[in-house]
Design a binder for this molecule. Structure first.
Ligand code: NZQ
Ligand code: ZN
Length: 393
């Protein structure tokens, strides 16, 4: 196993009614004037906004709104938040929403402590994060794991490229996870969130070096299995509390400090790199982009790394219950199960059905690999990326 360090400082209040911990937790981290960051208004329709604001008022915590953060958050929304925070002399950021809101809040937290433009602070930027405002989250949609990690994804202006911002200072101080807050998430976003979480686990599973990481692999398999079991339950009954709770906790655990990729030889999250380009070009929902490219990615990868056939076979048997003695046949069946799972979640069948133009595949492959090889088990350069998009079409 490779050496690694592991650090997740976020405290979690999980379950019904945990919003009662909001005000004491903000005070514990020194918040007196909170910037409340949220999206397009779902929290006003489902009552979560009122619950949050009531808790703040009861504790005499001042707040100012930063509303309208869009999905796949554009940097303009981040800049707006930075300006609101400064104008109102806030000292704490509370994100109430899904991954887009929390990610934007993380970039705002770094941006308010930086003199230049916030794009400098992206992983590929010229600046450095040396300080950040304290931030916390009230999660309203499960999937990204942003509530328990130190990263965010921001859409830049040039080609709408998605950029990562990442720093230990950007871990939420605390996250409130009430599964009943996710009852109102529309089916499309609920299922996209389920697949997103599953894909984080797949990204961490199919990585070189997995032959030595039993703990990571087996814990990962358990979480993947729980998503495969509970996502259809959420689909059948969006108010199934336990199904929502299992999806929420699995999503948070899936990415926490990349816990299932540690000790391996490193991954650039290739399926994510390819999915992000679909979001950049078509503003497509994140989890849907992953459902579209993942089966084709796994298929191509299996063909290129026969020495890892055992890993694909383990995945098939331990996550999807495939009963087949031959490793290669089992591996193929497992990939087919992933595809069937995406269809069960009502994801589009292929890129064509999702509205992607065939003559854009080359461009997408170029952009997905513009920063170099993105592979985790084998090399994924432009040629391989193009082959994956073609197979997914
Ligand atoms: O805009 P609002 O009103 O918040 O509505 C949202 C949005 O329309 C809605 N929604 C959320 N909670 C709801 C609800 N509607 C009704 N009831 C509720 N309780 O759902 C829609 C999608 O929300 P969004 O936050 O965009 O979804 P998600 O959580 O999937 O976040 C996606 C973003 O996260 C990034 C993605 O790239 C994408 O930009 N990711 C962040 C990661 C991270 N920080 O570690 C990792 C992921 O791989 C991912 O890349
Ligand atoms: Zn994701």
């Amino acid at each position: 196993m490779e050496n690694f360090s592991f650090y997740v400082p976020t405290s979690v209040s999980f379950g019904k009614g945990q919003i009662e911990n909001l005000a004491p937790s903000i005070k514990q981290f020194g918040g007196n004037k909170v910037m409340l960051a949220y999206g397009g208004g779902s929290i006003k329709a489902n009552g979560i906004y009122d619950e949050v604001v009531n808790e703040l008022k009861k504790a005499n915590i001042e707040y100012v709104d930063c509303d309208g953060i869009r999905p796949n958050p554009p940097v303009a929304d981040v800049r707006k938040g930075i300006a609101i925070y400064r104008e109102n002399a806030c000292d704490f950021i509370l994100a109430v929403g899904g991954g887009s809101t929390i990610d934007a809040a993380k970039a705002m937290a770094a941006g308010v402590c930086y003199d230049g433009d916030v794009m400098d602070l992206m992983a590929d930027g010229k600046g450095e994060i040396t300080a950040a405002a304290p931030l916390a989250s009230v999660l309203t949609m499960a999937g990204t794991g942003s509530e328990l990690d130190m990263g965010g994804v921001i859409t830049g202006e040039v080609n709408h490229k998605k950029h990562t911002i990442m720093h230990p200072l950007l871990y939420p101080k605390f996250s409130i996870l009430d599964p009943s807050y996710t009852f109102s998430v529309p089916e499309k976003h609920s299922m996209a969130g389920c697949f997103d979480a599953l894909d984080h686990l797949i990204e961490c599973y199919f990585v070189a070096g997995s032959e030595s990481t039993d703990v990571q692999n087996m814990m990962n398999e358990g979480l993947m299995k729980s998503i495969v079991k509970n996502a259809p339950r959420v689909l059948a009954n969006p108010e199934d509390y336990d199904a929502r709770a299992n999806i929420m906790w699995a999503s948070s655990m899936a990415l926490a400090s990349f816990q299932f990729a540690v000790g391996k030889k490193g991954s650039n999250f290739p399926m994510h790199a390819m999915g992000h380009e679909l979001s950049s070009l078509y503003d497509m929902t994140h989890g849907i982009t992953l459902a579209l490219v993942t089966p084709a990615y796994l298929e191509l990868t299996l063909g290129k790394v026969p020495e890892y056939t055992w890993l694909f076979a383990n995945f098939a048997r331990n996550v999807f219950g495939v009963l087949e003695d031959d490793d290669f046949v089992a591996a193929k069946l497992g990939i087919r199960k992933v595809k069937e799972f995406t269809l069960k979640l009502n994801m589009p069948k292929n890129l064509k059905e999702a509205g992607v133009e065939e003559d854009k595949l080359e461009y997408l492959a170029e952009k997905a690999t513009e920063w170099g090889n993105i592979g985790a088990l084998c090399k994924i350069e432009k040629e391989e990326a193009l082959e994956i998009y073609k197979r997914a079409y």
